[in-house]
Ligand binder design. Structure first.
Ligand code: FE
Ligand code: FE
Length: 194
């Protein structure tokens, strides 16, 4: 059995059916984006598959798992349980799935917040999560069009969407998300990326 097949068996037990389907779809989208933009297709598929592996685990268990494994959390991170699953997912991928590839681990770690100077793989996973087949939020078609045209334009759109949504709901915006947004916008403005 391939590694991905093993991961699927584990995920099917850990996740709700809805989230499991989302994970399969993000894996497919990530592989397609990787193919289009020249990232590693295998890594992208695996990262997409396991990116939400902790998301259906109760927040308290995620937190204790992270603390047991030496994850250092900022005050904002401790106070924002919605962010746990990305950080928890990275540790889970290392410990339970035996993944050592730093870039793959970072693509899980930063799939929710983004961060400054994201790698190609990090961008692919971040965007795949927005455009996976089952997504039907208002604006998903614009995201899909942008993703087809320019990964970096899609990153700006996705981060902007995230920030607007959080502000609308008066939720905390993680500094990494602001950094990621400023970084992506200024790189496009200076023509460093298109
Ligand atoms: Fe997630
Ligand atoms: Fe997700």
């Amino acid at each position: 059995m391939s590694r991905n097949e093993e991961f699927k068996e584990i995920l099917q037990k850990r996740l709700t059916e809805k989230r499991y389907i989302h994970s399969l779809n993000v894996a497919e989208s990530a592989r397609e984006l990787a193919k289009q933009y020249g990232a590693d297709e295998e890594k992208a598929f695996t990262a997409g598959l396991i990116h939400d592996s902790c998301k259906d685990t109760p927040a308290g268990l995620q937190l204790s798992y992270m603390l047991e494994n030496g994850v250092e959390l900022s005050d904002i991170e401790i106070n924002t349980p919605k962010l746990y699953h990305a950080m928890c997912g990275k540790v889970f991928a290392q410990k339970e799935f035996g993944i050592e590839d730093e870039d793959l681990l970072n693509s899980i770690r930063y799939h929710t917040t983004g961060r400054k100077s994201m790698s190609l793989l990090e961008k692919v996973v971040f965007i795949a999560d927005f455009i996976s087949a089952e997504r039907d939020y208002n604006g998903v078609e614009i995201m899909r069009e942008k993703a087809a045209r320019s990964l970096d334009e899609a990153i700006v759109e996705g981060l902007g969407f995230t920030i607007k949504d959080l502000v609308d709901r008066e939720r905390v915006v993680h500094p990494d998300t602001i950094d990621a947004y400023n970084d992506a916008v200024s790189k496009i403005q200076t023509g460093e990326i298109k």
